[in-house]
Design a protein around this ligand. Structure first.
Ligand code: ADP
Ligand code: 5GP
Length: 199
């Protein structure tokens, strides 16, 4: 199953997802492609596949992406191959923006969408500044885009307020567990319980 996690920059998506991937069995992170410059703390192939704009457009032209968008001035996309390979052993978590979430809703209607909300705009600004990985102009662009993103929050299946990190992690894990437990997603368990001769 596919879980889409969206929220303004600095709302805590990457932090929450890192914990959830570590805590949960059969859960993988979908590594997107991007043309954004790599941050000092990032490694190619771990947070993103960092590619040139020419390479990104070549992949998009070959329909390699299940969704892609221009976000804060750079190109970002989820490759079909990534979802296929990561989905082979379990569920996949996508950290993508509101435009990407809209595309996934259309193309993968079974996907579950989750919006991560910061407790306040002031906290969002503080977190972006304290993260200290983006220049002041980049932080300004991201804060400038945050309100338009937050206005779309109601169209998501679930909403998590990332006030206390430990609670936000538990809430996302609860969403994943509840979707996994839906009877329609448990057909294999039903078949297994019915297989073999009944006593
Ligand atoms: P995003 O991936 O949504 O852009 P990050 O996960 O990078 O956001 O989080 C932005 C900053 O906020 C990071 O420095 C992170 O450590 C911090 N952060 C995340 N969640 C919380 C929280 N609940 N309380 C305080 N700081 C947080
Ligand atoms: P960042 O540059 O902070 O890692 O990410 C900026 C924004 O791009 C975030 O909102 C993040 O969710 C989004 N993003 C990351 N990967 C993808 C992707 O593959 N597709 C889309 N549409 N957005 C993405």
């Amino acid at each position: 199953m596919v879980f889409v996690v969206t929220g303004p920059s600095g709302s805590g998506k990457s932090t929450i997802l890192r914990h959830v991937v570590k805590d949960m069995r059969r859960m993988a992170f979908s590594v997107s492609h991007t043309t954004r410059p790599r941050r000092p703390s990032e490694r190619d192939g771990r947070e993103y596949h960092f590619v040139s704009e020419a390479e990104f457009r070549r992949l998009a032209g070959r329909d390699a992406f299940v969704e892609w968008a221009v976000v804060h001035g750079h190109l970002y996309g989820t490759s079909r191959a990534e979802i296929r390979s990561k989905g082979r052993t379990g569920d996949v978590l996508l950290d993508i923006d509101v435009q990407g979430a809209r595309q996934i809703r259309k193309r993968l209607p079974g996907a579950t969408t989750v919006f991560i909300l910061p407790p306040s705009f002031t906290a969002l600004r503080r977190r972006l500044l304290d993260r200290g990985e983006d220049e002041a102009a980049v932080v300004r662009t991201r804060l400038g885009n945050a309100k338009a993103e937050i206005r779309e929050a109601e169209s998501f299946d679930y909403l998590i307020v990332n006030d206390r990190l430990d609670r936000a992690i538990i809430e996302l894990e609860a969403v994943v567990l509840s979707v996994r437990c839906r009877a329609e997603n448990r057909k294999r368990a039903i078949r297994a319980a019915l297989s073999g001769r009944m006593a």
